[in-house]
Design a protein around this ligand. Structure first.
Ligand SMILES: *Cc1c(COP(=O)(O)O)cnc(C)c1O
Length: 397
């Protein structure tokens, strides 16, 4: 038998995906301005970005980026542990630790790498890693990279999580969950998970990519909103690319955690530090996110406006307090058709299909931002009212 040609096999897999109409396509955005996106000569009102506080184009962030780039140039030139760790990184880490109420924080270039790095450093081969079935892909990948035994529990089911932990009472165990689930927008039962982990001597890790900046007094995230601190949630990860409008991520927790990650997290050690100018912009973003509570209030007012309108229209809304407001349509083609109809009306909404979500749970993933205006939400509701929609499967209000 001749050896399998890898490119040929990949090409076949791609065409199979096209055949079942699940092919992904890139879209070039020529210009972004607030919630508006220009693509293919058209101006579209976007409800698909994770820029929840409308900070990505804030003049103060841009000014901080420019100032630091003028002083320090673009690239950091090296990994953190060689000579890439600049004053801007150190300041950002301090600001993030203070905000989240942790002893220390460690920057990573992306959230994907932060999760891979934290799990690979914490978990040894054969350890137990218990996770919510709807966790973000990189948490699942992180457990696999670490060689841990991955056991998943049905979404938000704390008793099922307890049963998974009980299968191996003697194993070292990490329980990892999204704080706010990225495709569903709901919040994990954090207080109950924390109590379970304390009882079972498991370590709790929360990925708060969609909670930081959005939930909690001061925007400190879903963990703070649940009244939990570093003791209950020793491993807290969040990103800078969503509500903070920048790019990158961090893991925060006890000094011993951060010191250990610095030694052993390979996606931290063996990669170039993020540009210092980006760290400077992110530092400004943290200040604004904390100080300007009106951005959160504005966002939550828009969420409330959208939800009450959607309820009136009988739309298949899910029970979520976050900026992520999915409409569950079920069928992948139905989600794609709905997104296309919205686009014809000048609105850009993401159609999320398997394998990103489970089979039969395709949806429109609508995200709101403090940059939206009331009238934008009304336009969206208007367009949604014109869509055909049947009775959806799964959870809805
Ligand atoms: C976006 C996201 C990540 C990845 O973060 P990046 O910085 O985009 O790599 C990780 N976890 C969750 C829950 C996310 O939504």
């Amino acid at each position: 038998m001749p050896r399998t040609d890898l490119l040929e096999r990949l090409t076949i897999q791609t065409s199979e995906r096209e055949h079942v109409k699940l092919l992904r396509r890139l879209r070039v955005i020529d210009h972004a301005e607030g919630p508006w996106l220009e693509s293919d000569g058209r101006r579209l009102l976007g409800f698909c970005s994770n820029d929840y506080l409308g900070l990505a184009q804030h003049p103060q962030l841009i000014a901080a980026l420019k100032r630091a780039a003028d002083d320090e140039g673009v690239g950091s030139g090296s990994a953190h542990l060689i000579c890439g760790h600049r004053r801007e990184h150190a300041q950002l880490e301090e600001a993030l630790a203070e905000w989240t109420g942790r002893e220390r924080a460690l920057l990573f270039s992306t959230g994907y790498m932060a999760n891979l790095g934290a799990m690979q450093a914490l978990l040894a081969r054969g350890d137990l890693c218990v996770q919510d079935k709807l966790n973000h892909a990189c948490l699942l990948d992180g457990a696999q990279l670490a060689g841990a035994e991955l056991k998943r529990y049905p979404h938000a089911d704390v008793e099922a999580a307890a049963r998974q932990l009980a299968t191996r009472p003697d194993a070292a165990a990490l329980l990892a969950t999204d704080g706010v689930f990225s495709m569903d927008g709901d919040v994990a039962p954090l207080a109950d998970l924390a109590a379970l982990c304390t009882r079972e001597h498991a370590t709790l890790m929360v990925d708060d990519a969609h909670g930081l900046g959005v939930l909690g007094a001061d925007g400190a995230g879903s963990v703070a909103a649940a009244g939990l601190g570093q003791r209950e949630v020793p491993v807290l990860m969040a990103t800078l690319g969503k509500a903070l409008g920048c790019s990158g991520a961090f893991v925060a927790g006890p000094a011993a955690l951060v010191e250990g990650l610095l030694q052993f997290a390979r996606p931290y050690v063996y990669t170039t530090a993020m540009p210092p100018a980006l760290a400077a912009a992110a530092c400004t973003a943290v200040e604004i996110a904390r100080r300007e509570g009106w951005r959160r209030e504005r966002l939550h007012a828009l969420i409330a406006r959208f939800r009450s309108g959607a309820v009136q229209l009988g739309l298949p809304l899910m029970d979520t307090p976050s900026a992520i407001q999915p409409l569950l349509l079920g069928d992948a083609q139905a989600a794609l058709d709905a997104a296309q109809r919205l686009e014809q009306r000048g609105l850009l909404v993401g159609a999320i299909r398997p394998p990103t979500v489970p089979q039969g749970q395709a949806r429109l993933r609508i995200t709101l931002s403090a940059a939206h205006e009331d009238e934008h939400v009304d336009r969206l509701l208007d367009a949604l009212a014109g869509l055909p929609h049947g009775s959806p499967p799964g959870r809805h209000v």
